[in-house]
Design a protein around this ligand. Structure first.
Ligand code: ADP
Length: 438
C-alpha cells in the first residue's frame, strides 16, 4: 500500500499543511516524478540535486538503496566526491549509514568525533573516495535520513560537508527528513508501478502461451485423428482392401502428415522470428521468375485453380532474400488456393514505382469479413466463421510473412469483399541501384 499524502507532507502547527513555496514546488515536482519515472538512479540523482539546492551547506552526498540479494545498502547516486561511488560497495544494515536504515531515525553528526565514528564503520572502498589527490578529507559534518514509507524501508539519503567547518544545523536535518519522506514516496510508487506492470505482462504471456498450446493441440488433432483412422483400418486383420483403396488410404495419410509438418514448421519458424534470429541474405532478385517458380509448384496441388501472372516487361531487380521471399509468396498463394475451395482464378500482378515495387495476389475465394481484416496478421488468428473454419492452419503464415516483409523494409496488407475474394499486397523498397531493369 502506498503512504497517503497526509503521512508524508509535514504539517505545521496550525493551518494548512504546507506554506513553504520551495517545498510546494518540490512536492509537485516529486509527484510528477512519481507518475512518470521508473528509473531509480534518475530519481535518486534528482533527490540529491534537490537536497543540495535546498541545503546549500552540503557539498557532497549519496543515496543508498537497500538491495535484498546483497542484504546491504548500495549507492544509487552520488555527487561531490573525488569519484562516483561504485555501486558494488555494500554497507550492511546497522553499520555507518546502515544505522539510519535499520532504526529509521535520522542522524546529525555535528562534531568530528561523531563523523569519524560514522565514516570509520564504512567499507574501506567507500572511505577511499574521501581521498583527494592531496589529502584525506573526511567530512566535518554529516546528516543522514531514512528513505522509508509506512510499509517499506527503501534506503537512506546522506549529505556531507567536505569543505568548511560550520556544521549542519537541526533545521538542515529537518529539511533532509522532509525531502527523504517525499522521495521515499516517489520511489515506492515507482516500484509499485513496475511490479504491477510485471504482473500484468507475466499474466498476459501465460495466457497467450496457454491459448497457443490449446490452439495448436486443436489444429493437430484433426490430421492426427485422420492418420490414426486410416492406419488402423489398414491394419484390421480380417478385412482386405483392394490395392486402389489401400493406395487411397496411404495417400490420405501422406497428405495429413504434410499438414502436420507444415504446422510444426510454422511454429518453429515463428519462434525463430520471435527470438529476433531472422538473418536476411539479400541478393539482386528477379521477382517475376520467383513468382513463376512458386506457382509451378502450387499448380501441381490443384486442378481447380487457374493462375494469371501479370508483370510489366521491364521489371526492376529487388534486393531480397530469395528463400524468405519464396516463403512469403508460397504462403500467400497457398492461402489463395486454400481459401477458394470452389476454385477460380488467382491473379498475381506486379508493378514498379520509382522507390518500390508492389505485388498483389488476388483470389475469387471466400473473402474475409471486415472485422477480421486487421486481425489477419496477429499470431494464431484464424477466421472462425464461414468456410474458413473447415480448413486446417497454424494461423502463423501471415504473421511470419509480415515479419519477413517488414525485415526487408516493405509492407503487407489485405483487402477483401466477403464472399467475393481477397487481395494481398506486398511492397518492397527499391534501392537506387535496383532501378536497373531486368
Ligand atoms: P492459416 O492459413 O494457417 O490459418 P494464415 O496466417 O496464413 O494462417 O492466415 C490467417 C487467417 O487469415 C486464415 O485462417 C484465414 O481466416 C484468413 N485468410 C488468409 N488468407 C486468406 C484468403 N486468401 N482468403 C480468405 N481468408 C484468408
Amino acid at each position: 500500500m502506498l503512504p497517503s499524502a497526509r503521512s508524508i507532507i509535514p504539517r505545521q502547527r496550525d493551518g494548512p499543511a504546507v506554506k513553504n513555496p520551495i517545498l510546494l514546488e518540490f512536492i509537485s515536482e516529486i509527484a510528477r516524478l512519481a507518475a512518470d519515472e521508473t528509473d531509480e538512479s534518475i530519481m535518486c540523482a534528482h533527490a540529491l540535486t534537490r537536497a543540495r539546492e535546498w541545503i546549500p551547506a552540503a557539498n557532497a552526498g549519496g543515496v543508498w538503496l537497500y538491495a535484498l540479494d546483497a542484504d546491504a545498502l548500495q549507492c544509487c547516486a552520488s555527487q561531490g566526491y573525488a569519484a562516483a561511488m561504485p555501486r558494488e560497495i555494500n554497507i550492511p544494515p546497522g553499520k555507518s549509514y546502515g544505522r539510519v536504515f535499520s532504526s529509521g531515525k535520522a542522524i546529525r553528526c555535528a562534531t568530528i568525533t561523531q563523523v569519524r565514528e560514522l565514516v570509520n564503520t564504512m567499507p574501506s572502498a567507500a572511505r577511499a573516495l574521501y581521498q583527494t589527490a592531496a589529502e584525506v578529507a573526511y567530512p566535518s559534518s554529516a546528516i543522514v535520513a531514512a528513505l522509508h514509507t509506512a510499509d517499506a524501508k527503501l534506503g537512506v539519503i546522506a549529505l556531507e560537508k567536505l569543505r568548511g567547518t560550520r556544521p549542519f544545523t537541526a533545521n538542515d536535518l529537518q529539511k533532509l527528513k522532509t525531502l527523504a519522506a517525499l522521495y521515499a514516496f516517489a520511489l515506492a510508487h515507482a516500484r509499485l508501478r513496475r511490479a504491477l506492470y510485471q504482473a500484468q505482462t507475466t499474466k498476459e504471456t501465460a495466457t497467450a502461451r496457454a491459448e497457443s498450446v490449446s490452439f495448436l493441440a486443436h489444429e493437430m488433432r484433426t490430421p492426427l485423428t485422420s492418420i490414426k483412422g486410416y492406419a488402423t483400418a489398414l491394419m484390421i486383420e480380417n478385412v482386405h482392401f483392394d490395392a486402389a483403396t489401400q493406395r487411397e488410404f496411404l495417400e490420405q495419410i501422406d497428405r495429413e502428415c504434410d499438414t502436420l509438418i507444415q504446422l510444426i514448421q510454422d511454429l518453429l519458424e515463428s519462434a525463430v522470428l520471435d527470438a529476433g534470429l531472422l538473418e536476411l541474405k539479400r541478393e539482386p532478385l528477379r521477382l517475376p521468375r520467383l513468382v513463376q517458380e512458386v506457382i509451378d509448384d502450387i499448380r501441381l496441388t490443384t486442378t481447380q485453380h487457374r493462375f494469371l501472372v501479370e508483370f510489366p516487361r521491364a521489371f526492376p531487380l529487388v534486393q531480397a532474400d530469395p528463400a524468405r521471399l519464396t516463403q512469403v509468396l508460397r504462403n500467400l498463394l497457398e492461402n489463395a488456393v486454400k481459401y477458394s475451395p470452389r476454385g477460380g482464378l488467382v491473379v498475381i500482378h506486379g508493378e514498379s514505382q520509382p522507390n518500390q515495387i508492389t505485388l498483389s495476389i488476388a483470389d475469387q475465394g471466400i473473402g474475409i469479413a471486415p472485422e477480421h481484416l486487421n486481425r489477419l496478421f496477429e499470431k494464431f488468428f484464424r477466421a472462425k466463421t464461414g468456410p474458413a473454419q473447415a480448413t486446417i492452419g497454424s494461423g502463423l503464415g501471415l504473421p511470419i510473412a509480415r515479419s519477413i516483409v517488414t525485415a526487408h523494409g516493405g509492407k503487407i496488407w489485405a483487402e477483401s469483399v466477403l464472399g467475393k475474394g481477397s487481395a494481398f499486397y506486398v511492397t518492397l523498397p527499391l534501392e537506387p541501384a535496383d532501378n536497373a531493369l531486368e
